[in-house]
Design a protein around this ligand. Structure first.
Ligand code: PGA
Length: 252
């Protein structure tokens, strides 16, 4: 049984006070959500305060990114994975499409970040997904395969047990367009097959694959009904406690 994951990516939103207020509002609303893991990813500057205030709750904390570097050193502006862990994170998003598109992250970078996260005992949420042009050109699978193979290169069998994959078609992120449940299912099943080539069938069967891209309270149930959709990575709809709680409680 794969335990679903509902993760909120707050992106570059919310000052510390707003982040704490949101987290404290969310806490009671999801306190009974034992059916899934609940994760929020605040900005770096709010992460530790939010983590401290949520101690003892069922809400886990993710970083939105981490450095490729594992040794502390002269890397201005970077945050090492073990620093995220130290601040209270258990997870980290790597390879988000906004980082790939606007900050020129390559699969090699995503791979190094995944390894850095694992070395720091964080669970990486590795994001993959095609652009609209790539989908329209008819080869979204080969794009996703390349991202997966590149992102997971060199990972050991036990590393592969410790990752989460998020499929986020770029054309659906923040656009209000969502992949249909069928489109999501098709790509998730493909991702599981590609993963099985790298890992065992058993490991592929245990891999959690989250869908991301305009997930909202009115479309989450259809997505979660798909056999290979194991959760959601949510941007816009994760910024408000009531809405995010509805997503977490998609099964009610
Ligand atoms: P969205 O963002 O839900 O606002 O489309 C998803 C994401 O970027 O993770």
């Amino acid at each position: 049984m794969r335990k679903p994951v509902i993760a909120g990516n707050w992106k570059m939103y919310k000052l510390v006070a707003d982040s704490v207020a949101m987290a404290l509002n969310l806490r009671p609303l999801v306190a009974n959500a034992n059916h899934c893991e609940v994760i929020i990813a605040p900005v770096f500057t709010a992460l530790k305060t939010v983590a401290d205030r949520l101690e003892g709750s069922n809400i886990k904390i993710a970083g939105q990114d981490c450095s490729v570097e594992t040794q502390h050193g002269a890397h201005t502006g970077e945050v090492a994975a073990d620093m995220l862990r130290d601040a209270g994170a258990s997870h980290v998003i790597v390879g988000h499409s906004e980082r790939r598109q606007f900050y020129f992250e390559t699969d090699t970078f995503v791979n190094r970040k995944t390894q850095a996260a694992l070395a720091a005992n964080l669970t990486p949420i590795v994001c993959v997904g095609e652009t609209l042009a790539q989908r329209e050109a008819g080869h979204p699978e080969s794009v996703v395969r390349g991202q997966l193979e590149g992102g997971l290169r060199g990972l050991t069998a036990s590393d592969l047990d410790r990752i989460i994959v998020a499929y986020e078609p770029i054309w659906a992120i923040g656009t209000g367009l969502t992949a249909t449940p069928e489109q999501a299912q098709e790509m998730h099943a493909f991702i599981r097959r590609v993963f099985a080539e790298r890992a065992s069938n058993g490991q592929a069967g245990a891999l959690r694959i989250l869908y991301g891209g305009s997930v909202k309270p009115d479309n989450i149930a259809g997505l979660m009904k798909q056999p290979d959709v194991d959760g959601a990575l949510v941007g816009g709809a994760s910024l408000e406690a009531e809405t995010f709680a509805q997503l977490v409680n998609y099964n009610r």
